[in-house]
Write a protein that binds this ligand. Sequence first.
Ligand code: AVJ
Length: 319
Amino acid sequence: MSTAVRFHDQHVDETGPSFRDDVIAGLGRSPKALSPKYFYDEQGSLLFESICRQPEYYLTRTEEGILAEAAEEIAALVGPESLLVELGSGASRKVRLLLEAMRPTRYLGVDISRDFLLQSTRRLAADYPWLEVHAAWADFSERLRLPSGVEGRRVVAFFPGSSIGNFAPAEAEAFLAGLRRALPPGSGVLIGVDLVKDIDILEAAYNDAAGVTAAFNLNLLERMRRELGATVEPGGFRHRAFFNEAASRIEMHLVSEGRQTLVIDEYRFEFEPGETLHTENSCKYSVAGFQALARRAGYCPSAVWSDAEGLFSVHYLSN
Ligand code: AVJ
C-alpha cells in the first residue's frame, strides 16, 4: 500500500507577524497579553495532549462520548460528503469517529503545529486506505484554502475541542462568518462548544492537580527562551486560571512572583510583583447563546448534541 500517492501536504504561507513580533508587541502592551496560539510548539502540543487526559479536564472525553454516540446520526444529517476539513486537528483522534461513520473521500487536516500535524495525518492515511489525506500547516484563523478540485463539492468543517472559545464572541462570529463564505454552498460546520456550568467544575479543569495545565502555561516562557533567547526565569512566574463570570470565560495568566525584567535582545519588559501576562481566554456558552451567535454569522443551527450532564455541546451549523 502506498500512502505517498494519497498523502499531500502544503505549507500555507504565514504572512502575518512572527512569534517574536507578537511577543514584543504583547509584552509592550498594558495589560500584557499574548495569543494562545503560541502555546502549541512541539512541547506545548504534547502538554496539551496530556491535559486532555487529566481527570479534571472533562472537555475531551465528553466531546468524544457525544461524537461516538451521535456519529451515525451526524453522518446521515450531513449526507455523503466529498471532503471533511478539520481545523486545529492536533492528534486527530476525535475525527476517526466521524471518518468511520461518514466515509468521506477526502480529509484535510489544518494545524499550526507542523510535525504534530504530519505525524497524525500520516497515521490517518495508513489506517484508512480508502481516504485521500491532505495536510496543511497553517494558522486556521487566517484565510482557509481548500485543496483544488473541491469546487462545487459539499464540505463539512469539523472544529472540535471548543477551540472556538479562544475567540471573544464578536471574533468567533466574524471567524464563523468568514468560514461560511469560504465553504461551497450546502456545506456545514460541526463544532464543539464548551458549556457554562458550575464554577468549581470549570476552574478545576484549568487547575488540574497534576500541574499539567500549569506546565502548559509556563511553557510559553520556556518557548521564549528556546526560540527568542529571552532572559526570563520561569520559576519567577506562576500559573493562574479562574472563571470570569461577567465575560463567561476562563482566563489564564502567568503571574509574576516579584519585580523582574524579561529581556529579549534590546527590549526590556518590567513586571511588577503580581502583574500578569494574560495568556488565554476560553469562552463558555449556553446552547441558546451559541446558536444565536451562529445565526448572526449567517448559519442555520440545525442540530445540537450534548451529554447527559450538560457539560459540553456539539453543534451542526448548516450554510
Ligand atoms: C484548545 C482552547 C479548547 O480552552 O480548554 C486547555 C486550551 N487551555 N487548558 C481550552 C486549554 C488550558 C483549550 N482549547
